[in-house]
Design a protein around this ligand. Sequence first.
Ligand code: ZN
Length: 321
Amino acid sequence: MNRRIFLGLTTALALLPLQAFAQDKLPVVASFSILGDMVSEVGGDRVAVTMLVDLDGDAHVYSPTPADAQTVAAAQVVVVNGLGFEGWLDRLIEASEYAGPVIVATAGIKGLEMAEEGHEAHAEDEAHAHDEVKAEGADHGHDDHGAIDPHAWQSLANARLYVANIEAGLTAADPEGANTYAANAAAYLAEIDAAEADIKAAVAALPENRRSVVTSHDAFGYYAAAYGMTFHAPEGLSTESEVSAADVAALITQMKAEAIPAVFMENITDGRLLEQITSETGAKIGGTLFSDALSGPDGPASTYLNMMRHNTTTLTTALGE
Ligand SMILES: [Zn+2]
């Protein structure tokens, strides 16, 4: 009898970790904060999301740590942006020996191709950009010259595809949560619809000659194409590139010629170059845009949708004056 109790106890103890694990949340790693927020919205209480690049961090120039490899190794799902955004990710996954699913949130999204000339993005480029992607392929996706723009989240239409990809990926990894993920995604998509309507209306209210601005790097091509604005930047699609004096001089000439009224700082980049540009052009500093990362919970971009609304309010307030 004693022996039987002992056996029963050891069986129960042996099962404990497994049961605790089964009841635990699905461990999901997201490469950066904007994606992390979207995964949290879709996953809700069923997932525990860890992000690799921190709040206000720059994913373009991120260097993964040994702790990141451990985090990825412990994940059951990894969610990435794709379109060449996380150039460091493949090596990290290899180092971690992670063998689970990798959800590419931009799957199915046609990447905009950014022409190198002039570092600018505007609505009219979109159809042309798609042609170039088809004609030349995506081989140059990691290169700054004629590169694919990875910042697809800057359009709410694209965000719907991010949500669909995340929902499909979480459901495949955790089929029991299918109904929860579907309901969360539907509720989130309704919020995306509302934000999109507000942003379109806010930009549409700007006069045509007040829709051209300067930012640090070319993070807003999709926003420009979706909502009808033009963004110029001294840096290209990635913050890795060096800005030449000739690039800055060309930008200043263009700003004067087009009477571009405002420049906007970014939360992930150093604003000193932009301050120099404003001093030479008379353009004003319109505020800070959140391009590639969220703010902390008390900041203006605590969630993806808060970020999109904050950026739009910052742009339209400065340009509407
Ligand atoms: Zn960027």
